[in-house]
Write a protein that binds this ligand. Structure first.
Ligand SMILES: C[S@@+](CC[C@H](N)C(=O)[O-])C[C@H]1O[C@@H](n2cnc3c(N)ncnc32)[C@H](O)[C@@H]1O
Length: 338
């Protein structure tokens, strides 16, 4: 998102940003890009979509204007970008994260006024809410968890290279979702055994991924709620990635304390998140992510690395080191157990 330069068009473009977002989300949900690997007319596409021909024609022209399709004479075809990432069944398919974004609109963003008024989204009772709760629609859980993989798969090699895991025999990936990181760590370090801890529905997806990557002999899973259940012990390294921002301070402190108890002496806790600068209003990515958490969770927000570092030290870890890998706004705090 560009910074605002002060012109009126900046405001107008900001306000109509939802239009392109909604077009992409609807096109992905309808799997339009599956059909447009071959050039097709608007009429053919409308018939395939069971859509109105006039509406489909206008929609496809808009997608072409955005660069998601290429139009030649009266035929539409995927652009290279859409062909790479938005066709189901392809290795690089990332449509699930786009679907997840639409779900977050339906579940919270559309109702931001209400959240501002009462302090939490309408359907998120802070006393009962658990992220990716099992009663959520299966399609939504899959979009969320596979969506996390769509983001993490590019970061995992960089993070694996940035972390010192050479001496690690047992690793816990807490709230590991699709197990992207546990799988990458295990592949890079043949001596390492990892456990992925998550709620029951995401764990099923983690198991599919672990089997697909052929690391079932060294990566196992544990289903539970990390706020309430035992997370195991005897770990040399605990990886907590993109977890704290969904929780309030007391929950974050509890998670950190539980990790400390589960670590072997000399073991390390690494917390990966979108950290805000001290001012709380920059960088843009984490500041926007904080509003996203406000809109879709009962108690989440983005934290500064100072806040999280302080909680780690207060729990009894050595003062954490701040690791930036080359990924803009996200960083990793690593603290060792004394
Ligand atoms: C934003 S995702 C991050 C997934 C993964 N760590 C990553 O960085 O790609 C948050 C994960 O935490 C899990 N989670 C949230 N609350 C949990 C809880 N109380 N107990 C166990 N897992 C939880 C969610 O199911 C989800 O997989």
């Amino acid at each position: 998102m560009p910074a605002l330069s002060g012109g009126f068009m900046d405001l107008l473009n900001l306000a109509r940003g939802f239009q392109a977002a909604k077009m992409l989300m609807v096109a992905v949900d309808l799997a339009v890009f599956d059909f447009l690997e071959e050039p097709r007319s608007a009429v053919e596409t409308a018939a395939w979509l069971k859509a109105d021909a006039r509406a489909a024609g206008i929609f496809l022209n808009g997608l072409a204007a955005l660069g998601l399709l290429v139009k030649e004479v009266d035929y539409f075809k995927n652009s290279d970008l859409a062909s790479l990432y938005l066709v189901r069944g392809k290795e690089e398919y990332r449509g699930e994260i786009i679907k997840h974004m639409e779900h977050t609109w339906d579940r919270g963003w559309h109702d931001l006024r209400y959240t501002l008024e009462v302090g939490h989204p309408r359907e998120a009772d802070p006393e009962k809410w658990v992220d990716a709760k099992p009663e959520r629609d299966e399609k939504e859980v899959r979009a969320f968890i596979c969506g996390m993989d769509a983001i993490a798969r590019d970061l995992a090699p960089k993070i694996t290279a940035a972390l010192d895991l050479k001496q690690v025999k047992r690793l816990l990936d807490l709230g590991g979702g699709p197990a992207t990181y546990a799988i990458a760590f295990a592949k890079a370090h043949p001596e390492l055994r990892a456990t992925v801890f998550d709620l029951p529905a995401p764990i099923k997806i983690a198991q599919e991924q672990i089997a697909k990557h052929g690391v079932s002999d060294r990566v196992d899973t544990l289903a539970g709620n990390f706020l309430q259940d035992d997370i195991g012990r005897g770990y040399d390294f605990i990886w907590v990635s993109q977890i704290l921002h969904s929780h309030d301070e007391s929950q974050c402190r509890l998670i950190i304390r539980k990790c400390l108890e589960a670590l072997n002496p000399g073991g390390a806790l690494a917390i990966h998140d979108f950290y805000l600068n001290k001012d709380g209003a920059s960088p843009l990515g984490p500041a926007m992510f904080g509003v996203h958490m406000l809109a879709v969770t009962p108690r989440g927000r983005a934290y500064t690395f100072g806040e999280v570092g302080e909680w780690m030290a207060a729990a009894g870890l050595n003062p954490p080191e701040y690791l930036r890998y080359d990924e803009g706004d996200a960083g990793i705090l690593v603290g060792q157990k004394k």
